[in-house]
Design a protein around this ligand. Structure first.
Ligand SMILES: NC(=O)c1ccc[n+]([C@@H]2O[C@H](COP(=O)([O-])OP(=O)(O)OC[C@H]3O[C@@H](n4cnc5c(N)ncnc54)[C@H](O)[C@@H]3O)[C@@H](O)[C@H]2O)c1
Length: 342
């Protein structure tokens, strides 16, 4: 079964932290045709708290209980990244449709295992690249598909987080595998049909210089060469004093398109010092519609048995660029995608 008798997709949430709680709220309040029926989280009391707040029937302390629950059609995985691939494999093996937050895997081998598990089980596997569902990015892709931008030549994708991160929760590759992975996916999305062939990256600890010795990187620039000749730049920094800033640009043979302007509203304040706009302060403030649209698309795919709009293969391709970028920083030269270890 991929739904209950009434056609509702019954979803269990795996991981109830910052992103999981938001996805849980989206599923229970903003996605017609979905019902949040269970929450699983090993942290004491965490699943019970969120399930209680959102009206989910069941709270589990182990995802294994979800696999065994016949009244769960699909899962949304928002556990820490290092658990994702195993959770995807187990959920698919239990016949559940799978939405997995990015990154879907930490290595290419893990990614292949996850993709194969979903294929073998015949279940939907969608990955949390929410920017593909954000209005500016969707509109840019529509222009590309209509041929209005011609052939992409230069692309750009920028992510600046608002700061306040806990360095002890960040690993050396986090900026590539968890942050810039969104940008790498966006660059592929906006250069349809092309794949990255070479990556050159430079990165440093500029926000938290005290953590440089431990290899924590919080500021990075990545140049990507695609097989259609297009060049792209992705850049990220874990702290921007003015908020959460995500932007993109494509210059094609037929014109240019830009996405995102960091504004919270269209309001412009004018006063004695000049003019000012309000900026967005966080991901859930910038992308509420995209987070809803990606889960609505997932639920729709599970119900109809149609392929996901963002696939395991997309997750693997973005991960390969992330791993190449991390490798490039380590060895100080460009890295070809076919050099990335499995
Ligand atoms: N798409 C986006 O824009 C976006 C934004 C933020 C986070 N994320 C992703 O969401 C994921 C979660 O991030 P977060 O910020 O919510 O982290 P978090 O640390 O706030 O929450 C993780 C939760 O998972 C639980 N957990 C740990 N091990 C588990 C397991 N084996 N099974 C189930 N639950 C487990 C923890 O107890 C915790 O409650 C990460 O992969 C992150 O990259 C995506």
């Amino acid at each position: 079964m991929t739904t209950d008798a009434a056609g509702t997709v019954r979803v269990a949430l795996i991981g109830s932290g910052r992103m999981g709680a938001y996805h849980g709220e989206t599923l229970s309040r903003r996605v017609p045709g979905a019902r949040l029926v269970a929450v699983a989280d090993p942290a004491p009391g965490a699943a019970e708290r969120l399930a209680g707040a959102l009206g989910a029937d069941r709270a589990y302390t182990d995802p294994v209980q979800v696999w065994a629950d016949p009244d769960v059609d699909a899962v949304v995985i928002a556990a820490p990244a290092r658990f994702h691939a195993d959770l995807v494999v187990a959920a698919a093996g239990a016949g559940k449709g799978v939405f997995c937050e990015k990154p879907m895997a930490m290595t290419l081998l893990e990614a292949d295992r996850a993709i194969e598990a979903a294929r073998a089980a015949g279940v939907v596997l969608q990955v949390g690249f929410n920017r593909r569902f954000a209005a500016d990015w969707t509109a840019a892709r529509a222009l590309l598909d209509a041929g209005r931008l011609g052939t992409p030549r230069l692309l750009r994708s920028v992510t600046r987080d608002p700061g306040g991160f806990d360095p002890s929760r960040v690993a050396p590759d986090t900026i590539f595998r968890e942050t810039l992975i969104h940008d790498f996916d966006t660059l592929r999305f906006l250069n349809p049909g092309a794949e990255a062939v070479e990556v050159f990256a430079t990165a440093d600890a500029l926000v938290e210089p005290g953590w440089r010795d431990r290899g924590l990187l919080d500021t990075a620039v990545v140049v990507v060469r695609f097989d259609n000749g297009a060049r792209a730049v992705a850049e990220a920094c874990f702290e921007a004093s003015y908020g959460y800033d995500v932007r993109g640009e494509v210059l094609g043979s037929g014109g240019m398109v830009t996405m995102g302007d960091g504004r919270r509203t269209g309001m412009v304040w004018s006063g004695p010092e000049g003019r000012a706009v309000e900026t967005v302060r966080g991901d859930q403030e910038l992308f509420p519609d995209a987070y809803t649209a990606e889960l609505a698309a997932f639920v729709g795919a599970v119900r109809s048995g149609t392929p996901a709009l963002v696939t395991g293969a997309d997750a693997r391709a973005a991960l390969a660029i992330a791993l190449a970028a991390a490798g490039s920083v380590r060895i100080g030269r460009p890295v070809r995608l076919d050099e990335v270890p499995a």
